[in-house]
Design a protein around this ligand. Structure first.
Ligand code: PGA
Length: 257
């Protein structure tokens, strides 16, 4: 973390979990403890249908609500999809773009990621752009090249001001939902690499302002060590964000410094 230059953001990714009734139980458990979070921003990204309910549940808190994906077109014949304006209109502030599960199961590519990032920023949403390598790619030693490519394509055509509003989440695919976490050094090194890529393209001032998260089995136990890395400015958390105590422990770890 580097609180001088950028915000720490702890974001939950609920994926396809929790009805709004279950979300209320979560909100009741976590809201009394939230007053203590000082500088880190807290976000919960949830299934689109639950965004209005979540916005209501968290309206008197500083927790921002986000979507888990969006379409890049403004409207049209795209059965089942949701536009950025629709997300904005129901109160979302963030949207996850290019999660590896979307890339794997729903044909998300680096080029659709780029279009979605543009659409989100134009609508006033902050995109959380996910990048990350598979185990095979890591073992082949192509992690840095792959991440460079993913980051460059995702951010292509953005202005400096727009890049500052992007959150990049480094999520090694082999660590997602597996209980295997990258070591703090491995995760920190890739996040530093991401900042270097941004610096080369947009300069030092923009690069140091960008929040870069780590995601992949971040939990109550390993959060503090990961967040101690200078270029890890938060987390994108799946499994542990579903449990109020675990999610709260991660928020507290981000407020330690
Ligand atoms: P996980 O998920 O924390 O359950 O590994 C992270 C993510 O997919 O964003």
């Amino acid at each position: 973390m580097n609180l001088k230059y950028r915000k720490t953001i702890i974001a939950g990714n609920w994926k396809m979990n929790k009805t709004i009734t279950e979300a209320k139980t979560f909100a009741d458990a976590i809201k009394p403890q939230l007053g203590r979070h000082k500088w880190c921003e807290v976000v919960l990204c949830v299934p689109g249908v639950n965004i209005p309910g979540m916005v209501r549940l968290f309206k008197d808190t500083r927790v921002a609500i986000g979507g888990e994906t969006c379409h890049y077109e403004a409207s049209g014949a795209f059965t089942g999809e949701v536009t950025v304006e629709m997300l904005k209109d129901v109160g979302a502030k963030y949207v996850i773009i290019g999660h590896s599960e979307r890339r794997q199961y729903y044909n998300e590519t680096d080029f659709t990621v780029n279009k979605k990032v543009h659409a989100a920023l134009e609508a006033g949403l902050r995109p959380i752009v996910c990048v990350g390598e598979s185990l095979e790619q890591r073992e082949l030693g192509v992690t840095e090249e792959l991440i460079s490519y993913q980051v460059k394509v995702a951010l292509a055509g953005l202005s400096d001001t727009q890049v500052r509003r992007v959150v990049v989440a480094y999520e090694p695919i082999w660590a997602i939902g597996t209980g295997k976490t990258a070591t703090a050094e491995q995760a920190g090194a890739v996040c530093t690499h991401i900042r270097t890529i941004i610096r080369k393209q947009y300069g030092a001032r923009v690069a140091r302002a960008v929040t870069i998260q780590y995601g992949g089995s971040m939990n109550a136990k390993n959060a503090a060590e990961l967040l101690a890395q200078p270029d890890i400015d938060g987390g994108l958390i799946g499994g542990a964000s579903l449990k109020p105590d675990d999610f709260m422990a991660i928020i507290n770890a981000a407020n330690q410094e």
